[in-house]
Design a protein. Structure first.
Length: 196
């Protein structure tokens, strides 16, 4: 049986895990000091951390569905929901692995860049750094689907620019890049607010 475990450390970082009982675990202790992918959010206000956690959970379970997809190598990267609350975006991301080989996630990047550019002009790329991960995953086993929520600071996509998601495989070459046009911001759904 699986459950969720949320840990708030003394330095204000919030971690969210899926846990299940293992009689003989491989690891008894975890060091997150250099693991930015695991950190859910870095906040000094624990009430704010709880609120972000509750909103991310609401985004994960919300019934509103969209389907923005990029596929290759029998791997699919999907945005199945885009939500907003206060100054945060919540992107529900699904990674589907139809291959016979597990997919180890190295990183998922978000950045805004020009739609098109001539060869004589430089393209500006602005990275949008996630503030949080809810139900974070590191591996998608063969023939399986995993879903998680990425919390981003609120931003807009200017005209003639797009948002790109770049999923890279650890020690592999099955990389995907998805383009989200700025017109897709109409698909953003407001989440019910929780008291601060």
């Amino acid at each position: 049986m699986q459950s969720n475990l949320t840990v708030v450390t003394t330095d204000g970082k919030l971690y969210n895990f899926q846990v299940c009982y293992n009689h003989e675990p491989e690891t008894f202790a975890y060091d997150f000091s250099n693991d930015g992918k695991q950190a859910v959010v870095s906040l000094t206000d624990f009430e704010e951390a709880d609120r972000i956690n509750a909103l991310a959970s609401a985004a994960y379970h919300d019934r509103n569905r969209i389907s923005l997809r990029e596929s290759g190598y029998d791997i699919s990267l999907l945005i199945t929901g885009m939500f907003v609350a206060d100054d945060h975006f919540f992107y529900r991301i699904t990674v589907s692995n139809e291959s016979n080989i597990s997919y180890d996630i190295d990183q998922l990047r978000f950045f805004v860049k020009d739609q098109k550019r001539s060869k004589r002009t430089a393209s500006q790329e602005v990275e949008v750094v996630p503030l949080a991960y809810w139900n974070v995953i590191e591996k998608v086993p063969a023939k399986s689907i995993k879903t998680f929520v990425v919390v981003l600071p609120k931003f807009t996509i200017p005209d003639r620019k797009n948002l790109y998601l770049q999923l890279t495989e650890k020690s592999g070459g099955r990389h995907l890049q998805m383009k989200v046009r700025n017109s897709k911001t109409d698909d953003v759904v407001p989440l019910p607010t929780f008291s601060k």
